[in-house]
Write a protein of this length. Structure first.
Length: 448
């Protein structure tokens, strides 16, 4: 009775959870994850922050114009006599670097490369989120199927316990048959509770990645043209499209420009500095309408900076070398993931065919063993063993079906095409290109 109540309670829990939301297809779940998941929103902000660095670097070649006003009052008291004076000045300053041996230009290109790396990082985050969402979706599907299968198994074994007891009462069975059936039932209940607990964890992961409680799920999904036809085409797509590889290449470019900027620091700089005083420039209020101005050129040539310039150049060069090594490592990892995902997909397809055949034969065998047991040619243990084999075959089928879908998504991710646009998700594609173009407007800050 205790076992029966435990199973019923767990079943009610699973039903109550899944029935609290509308049915959601895998396509809808991926679209929701793309729009709602905070990881993508955070990556988008990182791209915008990296774009701001371009503007900051560009400011090194733009004029710096400032306005300052000063008002002062002073007095002197001597032998009871007070002498006071006041003045107000208005100054406009102008400062622009005319030449810095192209160091700023290299820094601007470096900032652009870092912004490109951040943009590819956004795509990589998008891939990871969609893959995690698809995996969480399939986890719920798998553990729901397993929980249902194991609940049926508990029901079947409970019937076998009752059958064994009835046969014992009429003298056709033994206490051993009853004990064996009860032992299998206890194992089945424990297995069912394990599946329910795994389902709870999968549901929590689903909420994390997709944002709603799961309900009415199924594994149907049309991959269409994004699924590679061969392992060679998958590898070619990965080298061309995978955001991790593109990110590494952008970082190599950034490191190269960083080395160039460090070497350019050894060169001269030329600055234009000007100022205009518009009010009371001579002081004391003697000539309040006088205007005073100055304009000068300043040339600076570094001779010795305590070794800092040399160290900066060497460090930048080492960073460039490291970025190239990291890029090669990233390419190797992606190639490995493509081959692994392709192999996993092919293995899961073969496993599904094998499991389907095992389920068919296992069902026939179980039906036959039950009939033979009913006429005294088989024992209860034979029935229990046949049922266990059938249950294992069905679980293997569910696992293989799960592996096939997850491996397919993993393969698409490894080729660099697991994104909302390639999957034709019903969402508005997020991009930072418009933001980057807008902030690079030269006079935007002045207009504001």
């Amino acid at each position: 009775m205790f076992l029966k109540k435990s199973v019923v309670f767990a079943a009610l829990f699973a039903t109550a959870w899944s029935g609290s939301a509308q049915a959601e297809s895998l396509t809808e779940a991926l679209a929701r994850a793309y729009v709602k998941n905070p990881a993508i929103a955070s990556a988008m902000i990182s791209v915008k922050m990296a774009s701001e660095d371009i503007v900051m670097r560009k400011s090194g070649l733009r004029p710096q114009i400032g306005l300052s006003a000063t008002s002062q009052y002073s007095f002197v008291m001597t032998n009871g006599t007070t002498t006071d004076s006041g003045s107000t000045t208005l100054n406009i300053s102008y400062n622009q670097r005319l030449f810095d041996n192209l160091q700023t230009n290299a820094q601007i290109d470096q900032a652009r490369s870092y912004a490109d790396a951040a943009k590819y990082g956004l795509r990589n985050t998008e891939q990871n989120v969609l893959l995690s969402a698809a995996t969480a979706y399939m986890d719920v599907v798998q553990y729901t199927n397993l929980a249902s299968l194991r609940a049926d198994n508990v029901k079947f074994l409970r019937a076998q316990v009752e059958n064994a007891r009835s046969r014992l009462n009429v003298g056709e069975g033994t206490k051993i048959d009853v004990a064996q059936a009860e032992a299998r039932l206890a194992q089945a209940v424990a297995s069912y509770k394990s599946a329910v607990n795994s389902l709870r964890s999968a549901q929590a992961s689903y909420v994390r990645w997709i944002g709603t409680k799961p309900s009415g799920l199924n594994s149907n999904f049309r991959f269409g043209h994004v699924m590679p036809k061969s392992i060679d085409s998958a590898l070619q797509s990965a080298r061309r499209n995978h955001p991790a590889i593109l990110t590494a290449r952008a970082q190599v470019e950034a490191a190269r420009y960083g080395t160039e900027a460090a070497l350019r620091a050894f060169g001269p700089t030329l600055d234009l500095i000007g100022s205009i005083c518009a009010i009371d420039c001579l002081g004391g209020g003697a000539t309040p309408n006088a205007t005073q101005g100055s304009l000068r050129l300043t040339l600076s040539v570094p001779i010795y900076q305590g070794g800092m310039l040399g160290a900066s150049a060497r460090k930048a060069n080492l960073g460039h070398i490291k970025s190239e090594i990291d890029a090669q490592d990233a390419a190797n990892q992606i190639e490995e993931s493509v081959i692994s995902a392709w192999s996993g997909l092919q293995s899961s397809i073969a496993a599904i065919e094998s499991a389907q055949a095992a389920v068919r034969s296992g069902q026939i065998a179980l039906d036959g063993v039950i009939e033979e047991r009913n006429v005294g040619q088989r024992t209860t243990l034979d029935v229990l063993n046949a049922r266990a084999e059938l249950t294992s075959a069905k679980e293997a089928l569910y696992t293989s079906q799960y592996n096939r879908v997850v491996a397919a998504f993993s393969l698409i991710a490894a080729t660099g095409r697991l994104d909302a646009a390639s999957l034709n998700l019903p969402v508005q594609i997020q991009s930072s290109d418009g933001y980057r173009a807008r902030i690079e407007d030269v006079w935007a800050e002045l207009r504001e």
